[in-house]
Design a protein around this ligand. Structure first.
Ligand SMILES: Nc1ncnc2c1ncn2[C@@H]1O[C@H](COP(=O)(O)OP(=O)(O)OP(=O)(O)O)[C@@H](O)[C@H]1O
Length: 454
């Protein structure tokens, strides 16, 4: 336990608020015990809310929870936080040879200085050929466990399980319907692991045409086949070396590739197409699927040996319809996200809308909820969302049985939002695009697709 004097926040405030630092102190379990006002302001969080919070839930790309385990100081580390770099120091607090916590500081002066410093750092790195914006942000991740919203028991337990299994190198299979947050979970696992400073590389196994999948995953040598790029191409496995490889839609991986994948996972070596030499790689695998892999094994569509290799730990993400108690929090979260993006003040949904949300089946899960709110915010003329702002299918469907596919539902919502925006902007396409927060070329494409203007 950290001794009493550490909890004298007043004293700590006097020391830390005069410096151009954000300061955070955690106990040996990585739970926040102190956070300076400046740090709270920077993160836009309430000071009272952060005490006791697991640090990795609150601060993107932090390593404080790891420092209390390793006992190793980390000085002048570049941390990607809130869209830019800060300089972070993390020092373990040791009492009687025991790690009892850690103190972390991030350096900034005011927002302007800090932005300037951040640009200088990026420039310096770029000059030394070390910084590639395309590899940003944060080694390929844009979500942390903090982004997984919900207060249902299912989500609280899931988050606890994620924290427990993230640290090791064990393979994890994330299962759940489409739109339930499997990608957020994969990124959270990476961010909480000791690989967090290394790349997170994502591959959608269902989206790559079969003939290309091998070269995408393992890379190829120059001249490996007609059309091969000069100098060859580095594969996703090599890109993820030291980090995490996220194999999304693993159930869609062609059978021929499943054999090769198993070999790579067993041997820790990949052979680029056209190369005779194999390369050692150290990657942690997180896979995701919404397909019934066990049934696919019975039907010989998925290899049993690969299943056991990727399935050391399984995380099940329940569909939204089974955790409707999460809906109010999710609604609030998305409303804040959407309104801060488009600058419109829509603060809540009417009670009957919330009741309808609780009854609905949510085939597209949280992605569908986000899409509906997005369209409704655009349509609403008030500071709250009413039944008339909702897509027609939703009000009809909650009375009957879900008949439309998710694609049809999303298209219907999108068409309605564009129609309304065009009308509000006297059919000025560019203005309507701006209002909807989409590019000009996108709106032209959509107008054509939905035949909205003669
Ligand atoms: N618990 C959650 N809290 C906040 N946002 C969420 C949550 N779950 C999902 N989302 C949001 O829903 C959308 C879909 O999430 P994500 O892509 O992770 O789902 P998925 O399960 O990987 O879907 P798919 O199987 O179709 O790839 C994203 O915009 C994500 O931010």
């Amino acid at each position: 336990m950290i001794s009493e004097q550490f909890f004298n926040h007043q004293l700590l405030d006097i020391v830390f608020e005069s410096a151009n630092y954000g300061t955070v102190i955690v106990d040996r379990n990585g739970k926040i015990q102190y956070m300076s006002n400046q740090y709270c302001e920077f993160l836009e969080v309430n000071r009272e809310d952060v005490i006791g919070e697991y640090v990795a839930n609150l601060i993107e790309n932090t390593r404080m929870h790891l420092v209390v385990q390793t006992g190793q100081s980390e000085m002048a580390d570049l941390q990607f936080l809130r869209g830019s770099f800060v300089i972070a120091n993390r020092i373990p607090i040791i009492e009687n040879k025991e790690i009892i916590g850690a103190i972390g500081t991030i350096l900034f002066r005011d927002l302007h200085d800090w932005k300037e410093m951040n640009n200088n750092i990026k420039e310096l790195l770029a000059r030394n050929n070390l910084y590639h914006p395309e590899d940003e942000p944060t080694s390929g991740i844009n979500y942390t466990i903090h982004d997984l919203k919900g207060n249902s028991n299912a989500i609280i337990e899931l988050k606890e399980r994620i924290k427990r299994v993230a640290e090791g190198d064990i393979s994890i299979l994330v299962r759940g319907e489409s739109g339930t947050g499997k990608e957020i979970i994969a990124q959270s696992i990476h961010q909480l692991s000791s690989r967090s400073q290394k790349p997170f590389v994502s591959v959608n196994c269902g989206a790559i045409p079969e003939p290309l999948i091998e070269s995408e995953l393992f890379g190829y040598e120059e001249g490996a086949f007609t059309g091969a790029k000069k100098g060859g191409k580095i594969g996703k496995f090599q890109l993820a070396d030291g980090g995490t490889l996220f194999l999304d839609e693993i159930g869609d991986m062609p059978q021929r590739m499943q054999v090769k994948m198993l070999r790579v996972l067993q041997e820790g070596e990949v052979e680029p197409v056209g190369s005779l030499q194999s390369q050692k790689v150290d990657v942690r695998i997180v896979a995701a699927t919404n397909r019934p892999l066990e049934r696919m094994i019975e039907n010989r569509e998925f290899r049993e040996d690969l299943f056991y290799r990727i399935n050391a730990v399984q995380l099940m993400v329940p569909p939204l319809r089974d955790r409707t108690e999460d809906i109010p929090i999710l609604v609030q979260h998305f409303l804040e996200k959407i309104t801060s993006r488009i600058g419109k003040r829509v603060q809540c949904v009417q009670e009957d809308v919330l009741a309808l949300f609780q009854r609905y089946n949510w085939p597209g899960n949280i992605r569908e909820l986000e899409n509906i709110l997005n369209a409704s915010v655009h349509l609403s003329s008030d500071s709250l969302i009413e039944m008339t702002d909702l897509p027609d299918y939703l009000t009809k469907e909650t009375r009957g049985i879900q008949k439309k596919t998710l694609k049809e539902i999303v298209e219907e919502t999108e068409k309605k939002a564009i129609e309304r925006a065009l009308k509000n902007c006297q059919y000025d396409r560019n203005k309507a695009a701006m209002m909807l927060g989409i590019g000009n070329s996108t709106i032209y494409e959509k107008i054509k697709k939905y035949q909205l203007i003669e």
